[in-house]
Design a protein around this ligand. Structure first.
Ligand code: IPM
Ligand code: MG
Length: 372
């Protein structure tokens, strides 16, 4: 049997609960190496507040270069209240924004899927969320996050003015919409494009470009349009009407947090951010949970590692086409939930409350059983 080449992973645990939940992914990686004949070459580095403390910057250029060379990046979370007063160029959050931008990771896939065992953990009625399976495709290198002009200026009268600009070009809209349409073809074949074309020119262009692309290349997919505020309302009223939602950076940020809570907890949802195929044939990709660094519970061993582990499952699927292994990890998570184990964020009556590492161990034990 010829040895498979090692798959190069850059692991960036970051701040807060990042390192704790990433440790549990380590167990899954070790298990896959032992039991599934896979080899990973794992390099770890600092980002966010952890990097600021050590190097004075949220991310070093060297780390961006390592990310470029890796087959995939597994990211934890960044954000640290100790750095909340520094300038925008120095905040921990710059680490993820710079990685997205430098690697041109423009399509952020944020699935919101409800596990049967967690139907009761949602704040919404079980009937509303049972069987829910939405994919939000969020644009991540454009829009108001990066548009110019931006900044805070002092006016002649001494008062100040803060400015950010929402900008989208035809090609930026097209490439992310294309990802959404292609994704829909593998799912329930419905894309809902979300903007605010009633008040924003960038939203009007968004709608026109998506409509044109649909007519040209994807007329087999059902396309609908929705204003972002209405979409927020519809997501809590009747979330199962959606299949794939495609939207810009800011609306996607907000709507994906909203959608994640339909599933019971922010601690459950993974994401994948994909870029275009590069000249060297590589497709840059970064995987991260939707949740943040949760400084309020960091270091207590109570964080839910599932979103981080499911992000790793997405990595297996999208970067390495290891469908069966990804499926096993997802199935192991599902079985652990069915067995009644719960971290604090998804705890409900009659279930067994466990900490981060017990949850991680339990998932690996389920993998053992699945492997037989
Ligand atoms: C996310 C986060 C980031 C974002 C922050 C940490 C910059 O909220 O990935 O959703 O706003 O994109
Ligand atoms: Mg967010």
């Amino acid at each position: 049997m010829s040895a498979q080449p090692a798959r190069k992973l850059l692991v960036l645990p970051g701040d807060g609960i990042g390192p704790e939940v990433m440790r549990e992914v380590g167990r899954v990686i070790t298990w896959l190496e032992k039991n599934r004949g896979l080899t990973f070459e794992v390099t770890e580095d600092l980002v966010g507040g952890a990097s600021l403390a050590e190097y004075g910057v949220p991310i070093r250029n060297e780390v961006i270069e390592k990310a470029r060379e890796a087959d995939a990046v597994l990211f934890g979370s960044v954000g640290d209240p100790r750095w909340s007063h520094v300038g925008f160029d120095k905040r921990p959050e710059v680490a993820i924004l710079k990685l997205r931008q430098e690697l041109e990771l423009f399509a952020n896939l944020r699935p919101a899927k409800v596990f049967d065992a967690l139907v009761d953990a949602s704040t919404l009625k079980p009937d509303v969320v049972r069987g829910l399976d939405i994919m939000i495709v969020r644009e991540t290198v454009g829009g108001i996050y990066f548009g110019n002009p931006r900044g805070i200026e002092t006016l002649a009268d001494g008062s100040r003015r803060g400015v950010n600009t929402e900008v989208y070009t035809t090609s930026e809209i097209e490439r992310v919409a294309r990802v959404a349409f292609e994704m829909a073809r593998k799912r329930s074949n419905h894309v809902c494009s979300v903007e605010k074309c009633n008040v924003m020119e960038s939203g009007l262009l968004w709608k026109e470009v998506v409509t044109d692309l649909h007519a040209r290349e994807f007329s087999d997919v059902t396309l609908s349009h929705m204003l972002a505020d209405n979409c927020a309302m519809q997501l809590v009223r009747n979330p199962r009407q959606f299949d794939v939602i495609v939207t810009g950076n800011l609306f996607g940020d907000i709507l994906s947090d909203l959608a994640s809570m339909l599933t019971g907890s922010l601690g459950m949802l993974p994401s994948a951010t994909l870029g275009a195929v590069q000249a060297n044939g590589k497709s840059p990709a970064l995987y991260e949970p939707i949740h943040g660094s949760a400084p309020d519970i960091a270091g207590q061993g109570i964080a839910n590692p599932i979103a981080q582990i499911l992000s790793f499952a997405m990595l297996l699927r999208y970067s390495f086409d290891l469908q069966e292994d990804a499926q096993m990890v997802e199935e192991a998570v599902s079985r652990v939930l069915e067995s009644g184990l719960r971290t604090a964020d998804i705890m409900s009556e009659g279930m067994a409350r466990v900490g981060t590492s017990v949850m991680g161990e339990a998932i690996v034990r389920e993998l053992d059983k699945l492997q037989g």
